[in-house]
Design a protein around this ligand. Sequence first.
Ligand code: AMP
Length: 180
Amino acid sequence: MIILGRQGSGKGTQATRIAEQYGVVHISTGDMLRAAVAEGTELGQKAKVLMDAGDLVPDDIMIGIVDDRLSKDDVVQGGFLLDGFPRTPGQADALVGFVGDRLKLAINLDVAVEVVTDRMMARGREDDTPESIARRLELYEAETAPLLSWAEDRGILHVVDGLGSEDEVFARLQKVIETV
Ligand code: AMP
C-alpha cells in the first residue's frame, strides 16, 4: 500500500503504527534521505540542499532508491507501506512498473493546508522553515495531488480524515485496511 497526504498530515506516525500492526515493511523515503544526510554520503549531501529548500529530490534518484528497497527479501515476503513515495506522476508510473497489481491500496490521509502548516511550524524539524514549508505545500499541490486521481482511476484510493487524535485516526485507517 501507499500513503498519500500533505507533509504534516501525520503520515509518518500512522505508517509506523500500521507497519507494527500488520507486519508490513514501512518504507519512508524522507527517513531514508535523512539517514543519508546523517551519514554524509554523496546522496545525502546532494539531497540536503534540496530538502532544506523544500524542493523534491529528482525522480531518477528516488526511483533508484525505492527500486533497490522493494527488491529486498523482507518486502517481497511481508509487503510494503510506502510513505512519501510516489510524490510525482513519474514516480507513480515507476512504482506500477515495479509492483504492478501488488499495489492494492492508496490512502489519502486528508488534512487541510492551514492545519498542516501549523503542525509543521510546531514540530520544528530542521527543514521546517516558513519558506520550505510553503514550497513543499506548493509542490504537493502541483506534483503529488494529481496522484489522487491516478489512484482513483486504478480503483485503489481511499480517503481517511486525518483530523483528531492519533488513536482516532489509526482506528479509521484500520477500518479501511481491514475492509480492503
Ligand atoms: P518527508 O519526510 O516525506 O516530508 O520528506 C522530506 C523531504 O525529502 C522532502 O521535502 C523532499 O525534499 C525529500 N523527499 C522525500 N521523499 C521524496 C520523493 N519521493 N521524491 C522527491 N523528494 C522526496
